[in-house]
Design a protein around this ligand. Sequence first.
Ligand code: CS2
Length: 492
Amino acid sequence: MKHLQVNTHHLKQISERVSIPNYDRLNVKAGIIHVGIGGFHRAHQAYYMDQLLHTEGNENWGICGVALLENDKKIYQTLKDQNGLYTLIVKELDGSLTQRIIGSIVDILFAPENPNAVIEKMADEAIKIITLTITEGGYNYNEASKQFDFSNPLIQHDLDNPASPKTIFGFLTASFKLRKARHAKGISLQSCDNIQGNGHMAQNMLLSFVEKAAPDLVEWIQANVSFPNSMVDRITPVTTDLDITKLKETMGIEDAWPVVCEPFLQWVIEDEFKVGRPAWEMIGAQFVKDVAPYEKMKLSLLNAGHSLVGILGALLGYTTIDEAVHNKEIGRFLSLYMDKEVTPILGNLKGIDLKNYKQSLVERFGNIYIKDQIDRICSESSAKFPIFILPTVKAQLEKNGSVDYAAFIVAAWAKYCLGVDENGNPLNIKDALEDLLRIKAKESVENPTSFLAIESVFADLKDAAPFVTAYVNAYQSISQNGIEKCLVEMNT
Ligand code: CS2
């Protein structure tokens, strides 16, 4: 079989092997800028858009992808070489693969190379929505002070160099200044990150920055920019060399960076768009008045569940989520945590069958074909715990509920940050706070509460007596008995 590189030139030949966009990409114009064109965006929003573009009348809703960071050079170059095209490989529940070429990304910019091009594009009136996947840590929010973190040197850089910014805040500010000066229309800024109230977060952090960087712009933003909240979901593991080779060997398709994902996907959005939006409801997105309950459910069950299975699994030497969740004790612990500590804080979720949702999570985690990497899940835990797990602790404390399971997860994380699993093998700590985590984890061997003194993660929780007691007990118990024995005890 002849190998075909993914690009416009080969599209027709590729269509004999997998499905390709049936629309003329030359007619598609970017109406959306997306910042952060990693795997998740390409498995989720870009897929939704691709589906919508198959229906006529949506030609003005193509995506212009922006690679914001130096580190994004590889994905920028890959997509550039492939004319924005890439293969989405859905790993179905029966192990079969469904591949399709996605065509919704019609333009790509690399911000470090040409910041002005990004600013101009963001200011272009044809762009009606800017969407973001800049990760939980990307919002520059300090959990301890509950404020925008001005001590970040990149933020300082953006304040000093407004014409050549490096952060999303600098880019948005520069482009909104242009929109204001040109009397251009408003725009919507839609976060697609896993954060409770992600739209509010984007709004608050942007306004904090703008108050300092360009106070005159605050009013314009308040009147002309909307910030819809949304809940996004699709498990998207890191693409492996094996995925790339398999695609080449079985389909003859050479794609330098295909995306792999699970079949499930969900997108729940608040309908707060300043100057129109695509008819996403036509392709399965849900529009709701208040997305908060959906976000809370997803973050505190799925994302927290992921973190707990990841941390416990890593300590026991597993490398993928499916292996770890099939460990009977981890699987049982996950269910008990969801039932005993998360469910009571979720309140009334109208129209949602929670029992079913929890069951489906266990099945999604357990999908043996997805092979989601524990390394991926445990990375940047210092940004994830405050969003996925600690809000549940706070809510439980407020009603004098149990925090034993959550405290156990935190204790296990403190152990994880020692950098070795229970078999003595090294663990990969990939985290913006890596150095601090390692130091605090070491101190915790003598004095477990040291770990809770990481201000930007735990803030006031270090003083919450019932939580601290449960955490110290869990820490000591893990030290004496190991994870598995502790789990058996907690599960009975
Ligand atoms: C994961 C998420 O980042 C994580 O730790 O929990 O990436 C998760 O896979 C997605 O949010 C699923 O929608």
